[in-house]
Design a protein around this ligand. Structure first.
Ligand SMILES: Cc1cc2nc3c(=O)[nH]c(=O)nc-3n(C[C@H](O)[C@H](O)[C@H](O)COP(=O)(O)OP(=O)(O)OC[C@H]3O[C@@H](n4cnc5c(N)ncnc54)[C@H](O)[C@@H]3O)c2cc1C
Length: 318
């Protein structure tokens, strides 16, 4: 028993991914319920931070989104939630113990009994000529889903951040020749990931891509045409722009999606198709408003609280 307690010490009751409206709302509920709570994400990268005046959220007329976030962060910390500004690049659930392993851009790994995905809205395509018609024919958005098709092949990952680095490293289980191409952006990859890329002989180039070129039969991708006119032959391309999005997490965890590619949840509980994994806010679709995200965060957190505590009813009246 003592050994089991020791093992559990580093395990959070819940990890909330995303520190915007839904994430902060989930955090305040979880922390107030005495849950060991970690919230990972940069509030300044949230949509809320872009709002100049959130006059339609009751009680905050004339507040900027940044003010609202600042007060929210103080509030969750007051109740004991821990906050880390980092980007989550990978999540898996270990089937034998039901624990979620959450990996961040600074190469840290956290463990939790439940997770709540609150990453907002973002589906990133490159917009480069040829992309749409080559999706699934050499252009992919998920290494965990499609990397297998590229055993011993030459592949590229398009992106300039830690998420692109993580996807490239995951590809080493399959491909023999891997290049990350930043599409003219400056690389913003942490030292830990840079070391991993070097260790795995992953190349990095910063050329801009003008077009995705098909093979002679017009069936699949054959090359990237760079801005300088040169051709860069490849067998496959993985898009990993910016940070990992809701869609990336759902791919990694094999979560069900709805018809609009949002994470599908039980609307009464916020639970996804994977037990112990909840989602809230913009990433589950619906109205794009702070009030809606705050409500979703509350619902998901209460479900996580019930699961961790093994109770069927939880009301916070304190
Ligand atoms: C300019 C503008 C003005 C707006 N004004 C209003 C308004 O006045 N009233 C209103 O109700 N709504 C307004 N909105 C909409 C509102 O901001 C959103 O509906 C709300 O923020 C969505 O909440 P969310 O928690 O789902 O996502 P967000 O608030 O966007 O938060 C997402 C969080 O997830 C984090 N994240 C994403 N990926 C990762 C990752 N891989 N690892 C870790 N963290 C990650 C982000 O950094 C961020 O912290 C406005 C939106 C914009 C763009």
């Amino acid at each position: 028993m003592a050994e089991k307690n020791k093992q559990n010490q580093g395990i959070y009751d819940t990890i909330i991914i995303g520190a915007g409206a839904a994430g902060l709302s989930a955090a305040v509920f979880a922390a107030r319920a005495g849950m060991k709570t970690l919230i990972i994400g940069d509030p300044n990268q949230s949509m809320v931070a872009m709002a100049a005046d959130i006059g339609n959220y009751i009680g905050t007329d004339n507040w900027s989104g940044k003010q609202w976030l600042e007060v929210g962060l103080q509030q969750i910390k007051k109740y004991g939630a821990e906050h880390v500004i980092a980007e989550v690049v990978h999540v898996v659930k270990q089937e034998n113990n039901g624990i979620f392993y959450v990996k961040t851009s600074d190469a840290k790994q956290y463990q939790a009994k439940t997770i709540i995905i609150c990453v907002g809205i973002a589906y990133k395509t490159t917009g480069i000529r040829g992309e749409k018609e080559l999706v699934g024919r050499g252009i992919h958005y998920c290494v965990a889903c499609d990397g297998w098709y590229y055993k011993n092949k030459k592949v590229a990952v398009i992106g300039n951040g830690n998420f692109a680095a993580e996807e490239a490293i995951e590809l080493t289980s399959y491909a023999r020749d891997i290049t990350i191409i930043s599409n003219g952006q400056e690389f913003q990859i942490s030292q830990e990931f840079m070391n991993e890329l070097k260790k795995n002989n992953i190349k990095m180039i910063d050329d801009k891509v003008r077009e995705f070129r098909k093979d002679d039969k017009g069936e699949k991708i054959a090359a990237l045409i760079l801005e300088n006119g040169k051709s860069f032959p490849i067998d496959g391309l993985f898009v990993a722009i910016g940070t990992a999005t809701a869609l990336d997490f759902s791919n990694k965890l094999a979560l069900d999606l709805d018809e609009k590619q949002n994470i599908k949840v039980n609307r009464e509980t916020g639970e996804t198709s994977l037990a112990g994994c909840y989602a809230a806010g913009g990433c589950i679709g619906g109205t794009i408003q702070i009030a809606k995200s705050v409500g979703d965060g509350c619902v998901a957190a209460i479900s996580a609280i019930k699961k961790v505590k093994g109770i069927s009813r939880y009301v916070d009246h304190t």
